[in-house]
Design a protein around this ligand. Structure first.
Ligand SMILES: [Mg+2]
Ligand SMILES: [Zn+2]
Length: 360
């Protein structure tokens, strides 16, 4: 599982009895089972955002008279039934049944309970109500959220989605000539998925995702006349998605550059997310075609992208080399690597728009 929401149970998803209750801090009967405000709505939001839900709960002395397994299971069964009515389910349930004095490896904030579970720390979160839950988050290397910091679960889930998926945009463009749907996530892992009705363009988009470390999902079909419309429109849609995902560019580096060799070819790329369009290149194709790609469409692709992204993009072949395929790959990689730097957070400019004008 990739994107995971680790969720404490008691005091996080369901009400936890207080110190004066007959069974302090323990949900000991179904009568005590109450969902916290807007849990279902919040979990729906997380599931829709692609989070797998994993319960992580310390159950002090589970299986003893003080905390019978049957009660724990009955409360879980009722909870799962309620979630199922909303189409929600836990992908996994992890429990520490020990007492603090057992000094086990699975009691939060230790991480033994999730041994063997694959998750991507950069894309995952932990939600709990206690300090030990937040320490657990830190030990997992994921962002931690305390449920009581939010008015209800809907607000909490919205904050999680904004924090973890904030820099994402989906753009759909349908014309008589092309049909394109593209999702771009700036803070991705370089994943490329989908299908593009043009092998070489798909190859370039794959390189772009891998070297920018953005996640790119695309479905694109063209009119089949030639590759002109498809390549131009993919450039426009990618540029638009980039602009939308960037938002107000607060706290970003804004500028990025890269120097990329591809065998004998050496390409320099420089990007400024300036809010204004410029595209300059000295690329001069020698051959008309590389495979099914019309080489004249390569600068057109970057041009279309920069127009919609409202960026300045410079691509210079410091050594144009001898191979058309190498030149095109070098430009694509150099652009992707320059962009990767430009969209990164600048810790020294956190919260500020990187322009003396105050907007970009
Ligand atoms: Mg708790
Ligand atoms: Zn344990």
């Amino acid at each position: 599982m990739n994107r995971t929401a680790f969720l404490d149970r008691d005091g996080t998803l369901i009400w936890e009895p207080g110190p004066d209750h007959a069974t302090p801090y323990q949900v000991s009967s179904l009568d005590d089972l109450r969902l916290l405000p807007r849990v279902l709505s919040g979990l729906r939001t997380l599931a829709d955002a692609g989070f797998g839900l994993v319960m992580v709960t310390n159950q002090d002395g589970l299986g003893t008279e003080a905390n019978p397994t049957e009660t724990f299971e009955a409360v879980n069964a009722k909870l799962f039934e309620t979630l199922a009515s909303e189409g929600l389910a836990f992908a996994d349930v992890r429990v520490c049944p020990h007492l603090p004095e057992d000094d086990c490896a699975c009691r939060k904030p230790r991480t033994g309970m999730i041994d063997g579970l694959a998750y991507n720390p950069a894309a995952s979160v932990m939600v709990g109500d206690r300090d030990s839950d937040l320490a657990f988050a830190e030990n997992l290397g994921v962002a931690g959220y305390r449920v009581t910091d939010y008015p209800d679960w809907a607000a909490l889930a919205a904050a999680i989605v904004a924090d973890t998926l904030g820099r994402t945009a989906t753009v759909t463009r349908r014309t008589a000539e092309t049909q394109i749907t593209l999702t771009l996530a700036l803070d991705g892992e370089g994943r490329y998925e989908g299908s593009v009705e043009h092998g070489f363009l798909s190859h370039l988009l794959h390189l772009f995702a891998a070297h920018s470390r953005m996640d790119l999902t695309i479905e694109a079909t063209g009119d089949g006349v030639d590759d002109h419309h498809l390549i131009e429109d993919v450039g426009l849609v990618l540029g638009q998605a980039l602009r939308e995902a960037l938002g107000d560019k607060r706290g970003l580096r804004r500028y990025g550059d890269a120097l990329v060799p591809m065998d004998e070819v050496l390409c320099a790329a420089a990007v400024d997310l300036s809010g204004r369009f410029a595209f300059e290149t000295d690329y001069a194709p020698v051959r008309d075609m590389v495979g099914e790609l019309s080489t004249e469409m390569v600068p057109h692709l970057f041009h279309s992208l920069a127009v919609e992204a409202k960026m300045a993009l410079h691509l210079r072949l410091l050594n144009p080399g001898r191979n058309e395929h190498h030149r095109i790959e070098a430009m694509t990689k150099a652009f992707a690597r320059a962009l990767r730097v430009a969209v990164e957070a600048d810790p020294r400019a956190a919260g500020t728009v990187p322009s003396t004008k105050g907007s970009l």
